[in-house]
Design a protein around this ligand. Structure first.
Ligand SMILES: [Zn+2]
Length: 309
């Protein structure tokens, strides 16, 4: 069994306009880093489109309609001040969510041991009824609900080490005791949610906010004492990683100071838990990361570790 990379060229056609940090060069940088010799063992698959039925598990029809209605025939349109769409954005968003669905199918069926979805737009800020923060559909949540509906994987844990709190995933999971959302993130920072006291209706949201300037020791302490024990206690049937790399010390959007080895370490620890509880099944999906060189090296380090998980 291998690690499978899911991506689609359509994800490059989501054009957010000149100077927007969530640009297609991000995905180009990740894919280029995964083209080197050491990644020749990666299985590579084209992401399918998510179906409406799959999206409806995480979002109401009105949300899907709103996103699709916002896609312009030419140029750009703004859903909010940060979230910009272009003619290619609808197809990109369907492929991004569809990548996670296909990755879940692949690991649930045993075709892959684990998978990485190199996609954009990202997803973790997309709430059940609201696209926001560069995100249209919540790719991780769509994948989590697909695991339950299509494969009977009842309990899914999403671990989010993006520097921003995944308010969208928390919003979608907060009343579902079989879905666990765990996040380390800088606080205070956009989107302003993710206090440690936000625990979800069933204690199924676990937030470990970190202050600006925190680095490896604080991150690893939060993972070791808050996040990893919560996952261990939850005993998931599948682990999904919201893999944002904007907590990297070189990232311009925030002020945490992680290095590539922190992402490697976190991946290894999550791999150990996945082996203990869920047959090593991990689906990782790209979220943020805005320094192209840091994004490329950190995502490659993460995928390299997945290949050894
Ligand atoms: Zn982020």
């Amino acid at each position: 069994m291998f690690t499978t990379l899911f991506t689609h060229a359509a994800c490059l056609d989501h054009d957010t306009g000149l100077g927007h940090p969530e640009c297609s060069d991000r995905l180009r940088a990740v894919l280029a880093a995964l083209e080197t010799e050491e990644f020749h063992m990666l299985e590579r698959q084209e992401a399918p489109r998510a179906t409406v039925e799959q999206l409806l598990r995480a979002h109401p029809q009105a949300h899907i309609d709103r996103v699709m209605a916002a896609i312009p025939a030419a140029d750009h349109a703004g859903i909010d001040g940060d979230t910009v769409v272009s003619p290619g954005s609808g197809e990109a968003a369907l492929r991004a969510a569809g990548a996670v669905v296909a990755a879940v199918d692949s690991v649930a069926s045993g075709q892959s041991r684990n998978a990485f979805c190199a996609v954009r737009p990202p997803g973790h800020h997309a709430e059940r009824e609201k696209p926001m923060g560069f995100c249209l559909f919540n790719n991780a949540a769509v994948g989590a609900y697909h695991a339950r509906a299509a494969h009977g994987l009842q309990r899914v844990a999403v671990v989010d080490f993006d520097v921003h709190h995944g308010n969208g995933t928390q919003d979608i999971f907060q009343f579902d005791p079989d879905m666990l959302y765990c996040s380390t993130h800088q606080s205070p920072l956009y989107p302003g949610t993710g206090d440690a006291g936000e625990k979800g209706e069933y204690g199924n949201c676990v937030n470990a906010p970190l202050p600006a300037m925190a680095g490896s020791p604080e991150f690893r302490h939060a993972m070791t004492h808050v996040i990893l024990p919560a996952i261990d206690h939850f005993r998931p049937d599948l682990l999904i990683i919201s893999a944002g790399f904007d907590a990297h010390s070189r990232d311009p959007m925030a002020s945490l100071h992680l290095i590539d080895d922190d992402f490697v370490w976190a991946t290894r620890k999550l791999g150990e838990l996945a082996r203990t509880h869920c047959g090593a099944r991990i689906v990782s999906v790209l979220e943020g990361g805005y320094n192209l060189r840091a994004l490329a090296s950190a995502s490659a380090a993460h995928v390299r570790e997945l290949m050894y998980c």
